[in-house]
Design a protein around this ligand. Structure first.
Ligand SMILES: Cc1ncc(COP(=O)(O)O)c(C=O)c1O
Length: 430
């Protein structure tokens, strides 16, 4: 298991943070161990993932109608956030707020799409051999003899199920008891075999891993340990960098970039922050946001290991943010996050719901509860807090010159009836 760097000298502050987390209170934590270091090997792996997605783009455009407009690229728009800044209580200049709209990612409609599609393509290429990316029929002839399995709270299963099916694979998705019924139904509709587990997400993943071990022609994509997933997520960074440049936003020492990412097992935010640190170094500041009942990543970073789970501090893991309902962080993601994440916030379910409702009312964007977590981070960005943070890390800059990106991570596949229920739910947040 990858060890997370242990941070000496912060014991009492960290204990106060753990006490606060244990009380289920919204919490903020800055990562004192962040170095922004990305290895040459990691840069090369991100470039390899980007090149693979590029290589397959023409075939993907042929296989998926939804990918024709983007020429087979699994990418999402960067939207101006000024219209909803007031509604979500963003305290900075509305023009500095942007929404990375991964809920609109074609085919799978969530942040898990880049990682999931890349992990499937990596397997397909390994099976069919190099050069086959240009011939989907030949690739299918090989892939139909293989099965892919994955543990998922829903969106990863959807992403992998849809891309794998298009290439001819059979797909099995193992889901925890927290998974939403409509996500299971959607997966089944797409021809994916769903195996339900009585326990939580970590347990579902462990049984999935056990089930897959030793099966012939079977490929388990491990949400806690898959590098192809991680590097697939990381390709989002280059996409964001060119979109920010096109929007006229400079990112440098005097113009810091703040990014707010919902965090479950940690693969997606860790991959994205790895990619962003590779491009922008210490000028980007990635904050992860977790539900107050499932703050597995902040616990892992404070303890320097993923051994302890949220149950050890008396939390339930129960949250309406099903994609983030994870009791124990991925060790691979935690090791990356310890170097590349600037800090963590936790957020109550009621706040997620009220953000979902306010975002929809202000801008018509349809998000799912997990996908609204980033707004909690952006709300912390008062001029005073940004100035104090930049001062603390010895990178003073004017808060007014910062750019803030909230990562909206999913929601496009929420059925109309489910979304209407989310809009009607009472939310009592500040
Ligand atoms: C909508 C949404 N946002 C964020 C995440 C978090 O991704 P990860 O579990 O890789 O941290 C998930 C995970 O499934 C998700 O479904």
């Amino acid at each position: 298991m990858n060890a997370v760097t242990r941070v000496p000298g912060h014991a009492s502050a960290d204990q106060a943070t753990v006490d606060r987390l244990a009380r289920g209170e919204p919490t903020a934590w800055r990562n004192p161990a962040r170095t922004a270091r990305v290895t040459e090997g990691e840069c090369a792996a991100i470039a390899t993932a980007g090149a693979r997605m590029e290589r397959f783009a023409p075939e993907l455009a042929r296989l998926f109608f939804a990918l024709r407009a983007t020429g087979g690229h699994v990418e999402s728009p960067l939207l101006p956030g000024d219209a909803l800044a007031g509604a979500v209580g963003f305290p900075g200049n509305p023009a500095s707020l942007f929404i990375k709209a991964d809920h609109l990612l074609p085919v799978a409609g969530s942040v898990k799409a880049r990682g999931g599609s890349h992990a499937v393509l990596e397997i397909a290429e390994r099976i069919a051999g190099p050069g086959m990316h240009a011939d989907a029929q030949a690739m299918r002839r090989e892939c139909v003899h293989h099965e892919i399995s994955v543990g998922s709270t829903g969106n990863l299963g959807l992403s992998i199920g849809l891309f794998a099916a298009a290439l001819g694979f059979r797909t099995v998705v193992h889901m925890s008891s927290h998974a939403k019924a409509w996500k299971q139904a959607l997966l089944r509709e797409q021809g994916v075999r769903v195996v339900e587990h009585a326990g939580d997400y970590s347990e579902a993943l462990a049984s999935a891993r056990l089930h897959a071990a030793g099966l012939p022609r079977h490929h388990f994509i491990d949400d806690e340990a898959s590098e192809p997933l991680l590097y697939g997520y990381a390709t989002a960074a280059a996409e964001l960098a060119s979109q920010l440049a096109a929007a006229g936003r400079t990112v440098d020492r005097g113009h810091p970039l703040f990014v707010y990412l919902p965090c479950g097992v940690g693969g997606a935010p860790a991959g994205i922050s790895l990619g962003l640190n590779a491009i922008f170094g210490r000028n980007v500041h990635c904050f992860y946001v977790e539900p107050t009942e499932a703050p597995c990543m902040v616990l892992a970073l404070i303890h320097g290991s993923t051994e302890r789970s949220i149950y050890d501090i008396g939390l339930s893991g129960l949250t309406t943010a099903d994609g983030l309902a994870v009791p124990r962080a991925s060790a691979l993601a935690a090791a990356v996050a310890s170097r590349t994440a600037a800090g963590m916030f936790t957020v109550r379910d009621a706040t997620l719901l009220s953000d979902l409702q306010r975002v929809y009312q202000a801008s018509g964007l349809r998000l799912e509860p997990s996908a609204t977590a980033g707004f909690e981070g952006a709300r912390h960005a008062t001029d005073q807090a940004v100035a104090a943070y930049l001062e603390a890390i010895d990178m003073p800059a004017s808060p007014g010159d910062a750019t803030h990106v909230v990562w909206a991570t999913g929601g496009a596949s929420v059925p109309d009836r489910e979304f209407a229920e989310l809009l009607a739910q009472p939310s009592h947040s500040s």
